[in-house]
Design a protein around this ligand. Structure first.
Ligand code: PAF
Length: 281
């Protein structure tokens, strides 16, 4: 596996791969790998000739009050993981390499970035789409891999790809969970033992919603109310939102229908956690 820090060097390497007719898969990450990231890499390994993993904690997707400085980082550990999974290139640029001092250009997907997580993180998705668009331009992958855990991110990136005619396929990989069903996240490392136990209510509330729907409930507000009651029974879990929405437009639904996304966010101690399920009717 080649570890590369500059755009120029990565482009030179990938140009040769493309000329040799090899397909390229990109796995964009912010590092501190867990099974969720490794699953994205394994899928890329299965489907593409060349696997590029980018490791870059992107400052523009964090608000000043958020955890950019303290976001977990462990380069040596990540390097071993990526190598073991069979990545070909690990691209770890510096901030100066990615954002020139006179950087003025941002990619903004409207409307759907203001809902769900966008309500409390108004600039977050602009940072995500900007770095992802830059990575697509740098790597020019045939396929790029994202986790369903970040459901809104997936919807926003697919919209950007359609609207701006990026020539690649977005592959969405199911959420990887711990044995007790907690969705894997680099931010789980912030949880104390007691907080981690209470955080299980998030996936439990989603499973409860699924059971209600399986037994015939369709009214979104009733489902949200029961989920909220469950979550509020855990004092260390501070619910930010529950959304029951269309999985393409992210518009809130009054009744569960079509492809429905049930998504939530909550603060548990220092960690802001998200989780979701998709119900296909
Ligand atoms: O999902 C993430 O880790 C990040 O939002 C991404 C896609 C790597 C962009 O920084």
């Amino acid at each position: 596996m080649k570890v590369i820090n500059t755009i120029k060097e990565l482009r030179q390497g990938l140009k040769k791969e493309r000329q040799a007719g090899r397909t390229i898969g990109l796995v964009p990450t912010m590092g501190y790998f867990h099974e969720g990231h490794l699953e994205l890499m394994r899928r890329a390994r299965e489907e593409c000739d060349v696997v590029v993993v980018s490791l870059y904690v992107n400052p523009t997707q964090f608000a000043p009050s958020e955890d950019f400085e303290s976001y977990p980082r462990d380069f040596e550990r990540d390097k071993k993981f990526a190598e073991n999974v069979g990545a070909d290139y690990l691209f770890c640029p510096s901030n100066a390499e990615i954002y020139l001092p006179n950087h003025l250009t941002y990619v903004e997907v409207e409307k759907i970035t203001k809902r769900l997580c966008g309500a409390s993180r108004p600039h977050h998705f602009q940072g995500v789409t900007t770095i992802v668009a830059k990575l697509f331009n740098i790597v020019m992958p045939d396929k790029a891999y994202f986790g369903q855990k970040d459901a809104q991110q997936v919807v926003v990136i697919k919209k950007m790809v359609d609207d701006l005619n990026f020539d690649l396929e977005i592959v969405v990989v199911p959420t990887v969970r711990e044995e007790d069903d907690l969705a894997m996240s680099s931010r789980n490392t912030y949880l104390s033992d007691a907080e981690r136990v209470e955080a299980l209510v998030l996936s439990e509330s989603l499973q409860h919603a699924k059971r209600l729907i399986d037994s015939g409930e369709r009214i979104a507000q009733k489902i949200k109310d029961e989920m909220q009651e469950l979550i509020e029974s855990k004092p260390q879990v501070n619910l930010e939102y529950i959304s029951i929405c269309d999985n393409r437009t992210l518009e809130e639904l009054s009744r569960v229908q079509g492809e429905t996304l049930i998504a939530l966010a909550a603060k548990v101690g220092k960690a802001r956690l998200i989780d979701n399920i998709v119900i296909k009717m």
